[in-house]
Design a protein around this ligand. Sequence first.
Ligand SMILES: Nc1ncnc2c1ncn2[C@@H]1O[C@H](COP(=O)(O)OP(=O)(O)OP(=O)(O)O)[C@@H](O)[C@H]1O
Ligand SMILES: Cc1ncc(C[n+]2csc(CCO)c2C)c(N)n1
Length: 267
Amino acid sequence: MSSAMDVMTHSSSFLLPTEETPGKRYALVVLNQNLPRFTPLLWEHAKVRLCADGGANRIYDELPLFFPHEDASSIRHRYKPDVIKGDMDSIRPDVLDFYLTLGTKVIDESHDQDTTDLDKCILYIRDSASNQETSRFQILATGALGGRFDHEAGNLNVLYRYPDTRIVLLSDDCLIQLLPKTHLHEIHIHSSLEGPHCGLIPIGTPSAKTTTSGLKWDLSNTEMRFGGLISTSNLVKEEKITVESDSDLLWTISIKKTGLPVESNTP
Ligand SMILES: Nc1ncnc2c1ncn2[C@@H]1O[C@H](COP(=O)(O)OP(=O)(O)OP(=O)(O)O)[C@@H](O)[C@H]1O
Ligand SMILES: Cc1ncc(C[n+]2csc(CCO)c2C)c(N)n1
């Protein structure tokens, strides 16, 4: 690998019950899809919590279901979003009233029909952080995958619109993030939580040369493009994966059904 480029490290430690690196905080954006089972854990460790429009309905309706032995109303009071932002065509009036009464900041951008609600939330987070914070700060978006393909494509597009912001798209099954071509990438695998299935996908532009280590099917100055080879159904072989490419790539890895903490869901 060349020596001029900086190394960017990646880790899914946010899925661990106690964060290994307490200094690294993140913002959570809840989208309008079924909440992944680890949502309460992410919520508890997040520095700021946003709902993208109809994402607020999910918090209101589905979070109490994670705590069947507790009173739904007390769960709704405990899990109060800091901000609800979007074009407000999906949030229910009763849900909006509930969170307005609790003091949630509501930002109605119904005049903007050219950007998605996730875009609007990313801009809020970027605008409220300093430049230095933005490059270090992670944004986790739940419910970003599985569901309507136009929404999924819009969510992937957000990764490309803000390549200098570390955004992770999450579902119950997998996560996706962008590996910008400006860096060498070191991905630290928590094998109790994630893998072994993974992929490297040149969705924005073809890659003439990608080189990896730590995968079952490593690439060695290999070309990847849609219509030719892309790396799907690959397998993680080592605890550390390295990636270097002349194109921005999507990295995706499966999230394990077992091994994720459920302790935080019990009172
Ligand atoms: N089925 C889905 N798959 C993936 N992401 C979704 C899905 N539904 C919603 N989202 C995400 O959640 C955000 C908020 O959803 P919401 O339903 O409020 O959007 P919307 O703008 O009202 O959608 P539309 O008017 O196109 O139905 C979206 O911007 C998108 O990022
Ligand atoms: C070319 C083009 N295609 C679709 C839309 C519609 N659109 C895109 S984002 C958005 C907001 C969703 O909350 C809406 C309605 C547009 N404006 N321009």
